[in-house]
Structures are given as structure tokens and as C-alpha cells.
Design a protein around this ligand. Structure first.
Ligand SMILES: Nc1ncnc2c1ncn2[C@@H]1O[C@H](COP(=O)(O)OP(=O)(O)OP(=O)(O)O)[C@@H](O)[C@H]1O
Ligand SMILES: [Mg+2]
Length: 237
């Protein structure tokens, strides 16, 4: 069964400061994601990968087209759904992990990671224990677990970001460059954790420029070229 079916999606941006110049980020996108499938999304910088992911998460509202999402409680069009429905889906079953951690001030790393569970689970210490286990697996030094991620290095912030994205075992995981600034050992841990989610039934859309990550993780690849899905990769990325 498909968890996502995208039909003829397009996204244009109106740049008011440039006299209403229009940028077309995505055109005529048709794609599906099956339940439990891991899709690697590739393409040159600026080809529209993050824009497509943000349309699925509804950070960007698609200009035209349809995104049919088979939620736990029925099919919903993520383009037309009202904001309350989107907020509920984000809380319960969809997770987006951006390229960079948006740091929450004065919240320790362990709580940043545990936050998706702290909202729903009664046992807060159990949620924090799970966060610590993930941070340990990802090799974040224990001295940093209670520190604020604002001062962390790029790779340290990325570990916090990935741990936060996977802790609640979402049904749909949208993950942008999860292994970009990680060493090979940590890359393997991230790949293993995402594979574990797949076993649990999670569907994953993963943007990556990293051939090792793509070849070890993705069941299938989609390639974007200037905002369109191309059937074959004809360019060097
Ligand atoms: N909020 C926005 N406002 C205006 N233009 C945007 C916005 N977001 C993306 N774009 C434009 O859409 C196009 C696609 O950008 P996008 O960020 O999706 O590329 P990408 O494939 O993720 O690139 P990268 O690999 O560098 O992350 C670019 O031309 C970009 O400038
Ligand atoms: Mg991007």
C-alpha cells in the first residue's frame, strides 16, 4: 500500500523584493512512497529536494497538485488539509528532520531529543532514558547530554537532530541529509537506526548526496533535475 501519492505537484515562489519575479522550484511531480519503503531523493543543489520535502511536511504549501497521505485514520490531502489536521499529524505520525537543527534556547540536549515523547508519555524519565540511549549510540559525549545544543559543532547538532526525529518511531520520516557531517562510524549507526525504523513499518524519504548512505539505505531512488523527477540520472551530482 502507498503511504504517499503525489500527483502533478508544483511549487513556485513569488519574490516580491525582486519585482514579483517567480521561481519555479518544482514542476509536475508524480511520485509514490510505499509503506515501509526507504526512498533516496537525489539531485544537484537547487534542484528542489528540500522544497519537495517541505511540501510533504506542509512547511511550504504546494502551488498546484495533490499529496494523498494514508494516515492512521484515513487518506488526507496534505495540500488541502486544514492547519489543525496538519498539526495533529505532525504530533502523532510525521516527522521532518531538516538539514540543520533549529536550536531551542536553554533546553538541554537530552530534552531536545526526548521532546516528541515528553509531550505524550507519562513516564518522563523513561523518555529521557531513551534519549540518552540514542545519544550514546550516536556517539555524543555524555558530558554534552545536559548541555544546550546552541554551542554544539555541526556534527554534534546533527546527532541531536537525528535522535529527535526517530525517537517517537514516526509512520513517515522526512529526513534531509542525515549523514552529511558525520564520520563513517556514526553514519553506519544512523543508517542502522533508520533501517530499524523500516522494520517497525516506517516509510522514509531521505535526501542525500552521499553515495554510501544511498547505496546502503535506499530501496529505491528518485532524482530531481531542475524541479522535475527524471527517469534516469544523466548528470554528475
Ligand atoms: N522559501 C523560498 N523562497 C524562495 N525561493 C526558494 C525558497 N525555498 C527554495 N527556494 C528556491 O527553490 C529552488 C530549490 O531549492 P531547494 O532548497 O529545494 O533545493 P535543494 O535541492 O534542496 O538544494 P540543496 O542540495 O542545496 O539543499 C532554489 O532555486 C531555491 O532558491
Ligand atoms: Mg536542500
Amino acid at each position: 500500500m502507498n503511504i504517499i501519492e503525489v500527483h502533478q505537484l508544483s511549487k513556485t515562489f513569488d519574490l516580491h523584493i525582486l519585482h514579483d519575479k517567480q521561481i519555479t522550484a518544482l514542476q509536475h511531480i508524480d511520485m509514490t512512497i510505499r509503506e515501509g519503503e526507504i526512498i533516496g531523493l537525489t539531485g544537484r543543489s537547487g534542484s528542489g529536494k528540500s522544497s519537495l520535502m517541505k511540501c510533504l511536511y506542509r512547511t511550504y504549501l504546494a502551488t498546484t497538485g495533490e499529496i494523498r497521505y494514508a494516515s492512521a485514520s484515513g487518506v488526507i490531502d496534505l495540500v488541502k488539509a486544514d492547519d489543525h489536521a496538519i498539526i495533529a499529524l505532525r504530533r502523532q505520525e510525521m516527522r521532518y528532520c531538516s538539514q540543520f537543527l533549529s536550536v531551542i534556547p536553554r533546553v538541554p540536549a537530552v530534552d531536545v531529543v526526548a521532546e516528541p515523547l515528553l509531550r505524550t508519555e507519562k513516564n518522563k524519565e523513561e523518555a529521557r532514558a531513551r534519549a540518552r540511549t540514542l545519544l550514546e549510540m550516536l556517539g555524543l559525549p555524555s558530558g554534552l547530554w545536559d548541555a544546550y545544543p546552541v554551542t554544539f559543532s555541526g556534527g554534534e547538532q546533527q546527532r541531536v537532530n537525528v535522535a529527535r526525529a526517530i525517537i517517537a518511531k514516526p509512520r513517515l520520516l522526512l529526513i534531509d541529509e542525515p549523514t552529511a557531517s558525520l564520520d563513517v562510524r556514526t553514519k553506519d549507526v544512523v543508517i542502522g537506526l533508520i533501517r530499524d525504523l523500516k522494520q517497525h513499518g516506517t516509510s522514509v524519504l531521505c535526501i542525500s548526496h552521499d553515495e554510501y548512505t544511498l547505496s546502503t539505505l535506499a530501496d529505491r531512488r528518485l532524482h530531481l533535475q531542475a524541479g522535475r523527477i527524471t527517469p534516469t540520472v544523466t548528470e554528475i551530482i
